[in-house]
Design a protein around this ligand. Sequence first.
Ligand SMILES: Cc1cc2nc3c(=O)[nH]c(=O)nc-3n(C[C@H](O)[C@H](O)[C@H](O)COP(=O)(O)O)c2cc1C
Length: 192
Amino acid sequence: MKITVINGTEKHGVTYRLKESFLDCFRDSAQITEFYLPKDCPNFCAGCTVCFLNDEHKCKDAEYIQKIERAMIITQCLGAGGKSTAKDIRDSLSWWGISDIRVCSFKLMSDINWNNIPEKKRLAMTGSLKKAAQKLLAVDYSRPAHTKLATKMKFYIIRMMQTGLGKQDPEYTDYKYWKANGWIDKKRPWKK
Ligand SMILES: Cc1cc2nc3c(=O)[nH]c(=O)nc-3n(C[C@H](O)[C@H](O)[C@H](O)COP(=O)(O)O)c2cc1C
């Protein structure tokens, strides 16, 4: 199993410790690659549209783009904002075609410094992450991830749009990408 971790900050704080306790369950069985923002992807998308008008490899940040099949979002905050943050990330992942998105969101309700958080609270958080990890460890990774109907619907909406755009301009980069992948024809990303 391959795990790619995108750490939202380089700080070794609460989120870092929660993530570490989650990853501990996979250290023996997975190949783990970690990225730390902003160090490992220092630039925001500039909205230049090169990726779909010209060539995705010419994106100024192409070297940072990763392939994801399943996702686990870990967020925490003092009291409010964690759930909506996770929802935003979930929404983007879902439109990228990822069906299996899991969320662990915590409210600290005490202190934002790991050492000052009551042990009971820390154990409750790490315990729930370990439970989530066990479920992920039980997945058969030799089989492709299940794709939900909602994700397939999103694919067909975009496919219809790309087919229309391709009729107007067969040289349109995004259409050519869909065509090259066979998605305008009979191929589907969820069928290996
Ligand atoms: C500048 C700043 C603003 C924050 N604002 C909020 C907030 O509006 N709501 C909230 O629940 N937590 C807030 N927090 C707490 C963080 O969400 C988080 O719990 C805290 O930074 C500990 O996590 P970390 O050690 O992983 O950074 C804030 C923290 C900082 C440093």
